[in-house]
Design a binder for this molecule. Sequence first.
Ligand SMILES: *Cc1c(COP(=O)(O)O)cnc(C)c1O
Length: 384
Amino acid sequence: MNRCSKAIIYTENLKNNIVEIKKCLSPQTKLCIAVKADSYGHNAILTSKLAEEAGVEFLAVATVDEGIELRNAGIKCNILLLSICIPEEYESLFKYEITPLIFDLENIKNLSDAADKYFTNNAKFKVQLAVDTGMGRIGCYPDEAGEQAQVINNSNHLILSGMCTHFAVSDSLDKENIEFTNKQYEDFEKAIENVKNKGIDPGICSCSNSAAIMNNKNMHINMVRAGIITYGYYPDDITKEYLKSVNKDIELKPVLSLETKVVAIRHFKKGQSISYGRTYVCENDTDIAILPIGYADGLLRRFSPGLCVTINGKNYPVRGRICMDQCMVELGKNHNVKLWDKVLIFGPKESGALNTADDLAKIGNTISYEVLTSISKRIERVIK
Ligand SMILES: *Cc1c(COP(=O)(O)O)cnc(C)c1O
């Protein structure tokens, strides 16, 4: 654990975001919150408990172990496994009641055989069928959905409880991308139709991620799957400004702030260089604050040059390369920074930070998702 640095989780903001998401949904639409990757770095157990209290029906994880962690913490919600697991994990799915996404006749048979061994009574184990409508990731093709659903329901112990597809470009306002999303939706509807035509109940069907939840309300079907908006960030083109312009805005608040402390202040002479590669040379005599946080904590190397951090309400630039465990910040000669002062790297407005995860993403040419999930286990999550 890095004792100087911590991630504060603002519980009120998380609650606010769940309420705001629900405003986008009709009363019958179920809400699934993606808590994969430790809730995008926000502590999956905390998020899941809050979500459960707020009446969220489903939680989505990416690994079986993430699901087991939630069950061991007493979570009773439905848990949906979004990625494919290995056959060795099937028993855990049954034991911990984790609903897998499945497709592919060979995999369905493997799961069905494992269920035959595990269940001795007439129990039916719920699975959801994954359909690939254009994401180019997991799923069967829409015209295979009917047959695969039939194989599932013809097995002794499996039952189809839902269908999922995933959008590739729903966060874009580009005309071609909007058309692509519409086509994905139509193809998903066809897949659902194919299943119904076999006389099979398709169950809870979902396709909408954060972007579509806010922008494509005609695509919610029975359930939506919210990820990044839960944690207070708008996906790509579906910005707050855009949503306002089409009367669909909701008030999201970033949930996490990343902070550290000044552990040394050193005096540098004009011409002295800072950090590996000597990429920054001091232009004047100056003071340099040493921060005990680096890329192994999630402060990605590509944030420098560009990143400024906030100390006592003022912003100061990171200089030179970010190291594995430390980085350096230029204070100049006119500052009031003292040893152990708090340093804000990013966070919601009320944390006092200059940056949000979106600002860091811009500097590092990435997305808020990666900024948030990069914060490593060395950083303690403190719940506020
Ligand atoms: C991660 C994920 C989501 C949530 O995506 P956001 O863009 O964060 O809302 C939804 N569905 C699937 C299948 C996912 O993998």
